[in-house]
Design a protein around this ligand. Sequence first.
Ligand code: PEP
Length: 252
Amino acid sequence: MGHRPYIVGNWKMNGTRNSLAEARAIDRVASKWPQVRVGIAPPHTLIHAMRDAVDSIDVGGQDCHSETDGAYTGDISAAMLKDAGASFAILGHSERRQYHGETNPQVKAKCEAALGAGLSVILCVGETEEQRDSGEAESTVSGQLTSCLPEIAVEEEGESVSARLAIAYEPIWAIGTGRVPSLDEIKAMHASIRAKLVDTFGENGNEVRILYGGSVKADNALEILSCDEVGGALVGGASLTNESFGAIIIAA
Ligand code: PEP
């Protein structure tokens, strides 16, 4: 793929202004390893301050609304994320789907809104343990992509919109559990996602980055990132401190 690996931290509902010291430390590691692209999605309350505090890392949001503005108490639009200093949004995370009842059509609308606002998008997909055990992992993920992939003009004024889209394959049973699929399972799923992307977007489907997420740590990052079609990692728990996230950046 020729891309430098993209290592993205999802801080979830963790972090206050005190945590900016940790982000600065991660930024210092990222500045020493320019061959790795690094991003952090902190809680919305920290986006602006983190953008000001770091130089070498992308700052993103963990969700956005599909509408541009209006009576949606507690929500935040893609343009607001951008205005706060975000360059990307993680959308359709399994925790949003589980705890906020987000559906595939909503996730698709959010992806379209974020791309339309000029953000990059990391669209999350992944199967449950039952679906994997019953041999339905690839069909589940393919079905999610059918329903969630944005309908975008792949070229806009010379800019390739598909290059602003990434897919994060996150098996739900691997998130925060310390369990990871085998490398063969990761390779097979990423190949299947690539085929689906090319089927949907034609040649531009090859520009869409595919990240693996689920219990990535410094000691398994390198072998996971070495798998065909794995263009980076989405990291939850291990992204919160420089000790663990910095070690993943260095391993990458
Ligand atoms: C995530 O929630 O996106 C994730 C990958 O979490 P963890 O790394 O903690 O498994």
